[in-house]
Write a protein that binds this ligand. Sequence first.
Ligand SMILES: Nc1ncnc2c1ncn2[C@@H]1O[C@H](COP(=O)(O)OP(=O)(O)OP(=O)(O)O)[C@@H](O)[C@H]1O
Ligand SMILES: [Mg+2]
Length: 514
Amino acid sequence: MGTMSEVWTNTGSALASLVFIYTIFERFFPAHRVREHFEPLAQRLVGLVYPYIQITFHEYSGQRFKRSDVYDAIQSYLSKDSSSRAKKLTANRVKGNNSIVLSMDDHEEITDEFEGVKVWWQAKKHQSESRSISFYPKAEESRFYMLKFHRCDRQVITERYLDHVMSEGKIVGVKNRERKLYSNNPSENWSGYKQTKWSHVTFEHPATFDTLAMEDKKKEEIKNDLIKFSNSKDYYKKIGKAWKRGYLLFGPPGTGKSTMIAAMANFLEYDVYDLELTTVKDNTELRRLLIETSVKSIIVIEDIDCSLDLTGQRKQKKEEEEEDGDETNPIEKQMKKEKDENKGSKVTLSGLLNFIDGLWSSCGGERIIVFTTNFIDKLDPALIRKGRMDKRIEMSYCGLEAFKLLAKNYLDAKEEDDSELFDEIKRLLEVEEIKMTPADVGENLLKRSEVETKEFCLKRLIEALKEEKEEAKRRIEDEEKKKKEEEDTKRKKREEKKTKSEEKEQNGIATKEV
Ligand SMILES: Nc1ncnc2c1ncn2[C@@H]1O[C@H](COP(=O)(O)OP(=O)(O)OP(=O)(O)O)[C@@H](O)[C@H]1O
Ligand SMILES: [Mg+2]
């Protein structure tokens, strides 16, 4: 018994001495210092026997508030087929997009293969002990991806695999993203907190090339052109040109210019930037706006003939000269000049064109620019010459093919079922050459209540077409009448002038004779 208690006493004192020695040691050699010294050494030792290399990709690196693009790209890349490989997944729904995007959950590991090389990806989470107050949500929790590969594959991974992950990830990311419709803010709102040059809403326009009424041949041509453009990254690089394409859509109101833009955006899955030029003060602002647009986007300038005097400086000068000739009150003239200056923005045609042609080249990335106008003749030829606007698309009145598509979409009506009504419409459109916009045709075909049958709507369209014919006839008559009246007044004026000068002449002769 005595020996037992002795053993306990000795153990107790030995432990006490150990604790004492450890405390003294800790005091002179703090634990983190020891770790600092020994860790690299330990890692070197591990490196000798452990054949793998690890790379970490943090969610937030550098600037704390900005999510890393690389992390995003990896997440998208791994979401591509992690759903079939990882066992634990997290589901995210991209706003505005109906599909759910699956990505691997924390602490999951999946393998990937590239050029016969195997790699391991792990999603990890690090819980920091900091209790500091932070504006950043869940600042204590930092996520990262860990890539592991054999050290003999180092070259393949660093030289090719990572680039492959980035480019693939970006493509998947673009596909999963919520597409946006942007509109530019007036420059007064560009500074201060919440500064943004563009405001956006989710782009959810339902128009597609299937719903767009247009001849099939023309539609196919445009679709092919768009596909060719979006696949031509290397070609544009090779020829040293900016990866952009310009379209000019022209035609009367209601022929589907805006609808075509929406269909293009949906077809290519691009964002849309609706640029309102009247709120842009000058070329510098225009440049700053355009530089901030993202890749894979369509920049739209609607009704260019209305938004600016895009016919350029020449016309303006001519007008000024003409005005100078007038004997108007100088004060009035100054007032008018000031009013004009305030009214319009100072964005010039050349500013716009220079940007499209030149600066854009340095922005990189694919962009489409679309101009629309109702009056192509009003535009300066410089704007629409080949090379600047790569493709001109005329949106015209509703033809037979366009009508058939609208009838199918709006009423599920086919030629076989309603051949008589279809024949009559064909006659009106093709023989009588009645011009009606697809917007008006659609309006007549639209079922406004349950009572309205397919036949009812088709007959309503026939009536509307006939009315349109009468209306057109009246318009032509009115125009001819107006023209005639104008000619009459001109002729009268000429005659009056002639008689006046004759009278003057006679009076002159008479005075001479006197
Ligand atoms: N070609 C078309 N195919 C299908 N729908 C069309 C077509 N053209 C017009 N529409 C219908 O008419 C409406 C008006 O068309 P849209 O706004 O595209 O015309 P627009 O040419 O842009 O006219 P504006 O010159 O006045 O801007 C659309 O909502 C669409 O439903
Ligand atoms: Mg429009």
